[in-house]
Design a protein around this ligand. Sequence first.
Ligand code: HGY
Ligand code: MN
Ligand code: MN
Length: 420
Amino acid sequence: MSERPVIDTLQTALAPRIVARLDALAAISADPGAITRVYLSPEQARASALVLGWMREAGMTARIDAVGNVIGRLEGPVAGEPAVVIGSHLDTVRDAGRFDGPLGVVAGIECVAALVRTGVVLPFAIEVVGFADEEGTRFATTLIGSRALAGTLTPDVLDRSDADEITMGQALLSGGFDPNRIGEAARAPGTIRAYLELHIEQGPALERAGLAVGLVTAISGATRLAVTLTGEAGHAGTVAMAGRRDALAGAAECILAVEARCAPEPGLVGTVGTILAAPGAVNVIPGRVGFSLDLRAPDDRQRRIALADLAAAFADIAARRGLELERVVTHDAACAPCDPTLMAHLAAGIAAEGHPVLRLPSGAGHDGMAIAAIAPIAMLFVRCRGGISHHPDEFASGPDIEAGARVLLATLLRLAAEGT
Ligand code: HGY
Ligand code: MN
Ligand code: MN
């Protein structure tokens, strides 16, 4: 099958409708003036309904699965055949940008619409998936939607609670889902032939290279911890400095230990993104502090060594300060290499669209890490301004979005031509 006819008929650019739909999704937020759409929130339900409609408008059947993933499907010549899945996530961090996640979902819908519009039938089914929770913003554990689809989500996740002490199980019930049926989201082995994700780079490499798109080689592994230090609350005015068991001072020392351990080592990144001091009063010595740690590296062994070193450092700090230390792993995902065959198809699609092929790793996590358990994965990056992401200034230009969507479509056509 020649790629030209479909791509050539794309005189009507894909980007304007993609951008308009990203704007429509960005308007659905828990916070006026910011973009915040977390798992099982009313905002997520509204966004899912909107995306369902777009999928149906593009010619797909569409449904919401047992954990809230939005799934559109365009059958191939034989119904029920394994699908090439184009996915990304619809949830966001707090005060997010409008591209991280939704870009890959909306671009996938546009590729299917282009195929349907031009009457091209590929020899396989295509599914577009908007995963319900990739960020883990609400329940501190990530890749919920994609792990459920991969069949690797364990029921203990239902007990995780959010900042309002609402458990995921309760939130599922409130959202009209049945916590006892989350296993139904799992896909049987062999039902997904390939997984492709288009995503903004969330880093500066493409901008520095002056390129619109890039080919991802692997997704860095990541470990998330919930760390709690318990000391002794007391009167800020009457308790002498000597002998205090100040949990927040201890946490501060731990946080600087993270920076000191990670900074010298290329590729290793450690972030403390959340901290909560109790009882949280100006004139009370904090007796208890909880903070998060997000640790990543392009190599699993490198990450595990750093994790062990930081565990030892935290234990030393706690012992020296008379604090109790608790560490809970809330997420742990190995590095996910991209599939060489799919990468070759993406590389050919990039070249066919006239772009040099730059190969680069992903420091950011993505749903492909979970899907890699049941299917070969590949990712295409789109340049984002300044590499900024997880921030309202996140931006990808129309021409770069157009380039990404065309490469995605060209790759689908190559997969069809190669019978992969
Ligand atoms: O945290 C990440 O890397 C992704 O944006 N969820
Ligand atoms: Mn993100
Ligand atoms: Mn993302």
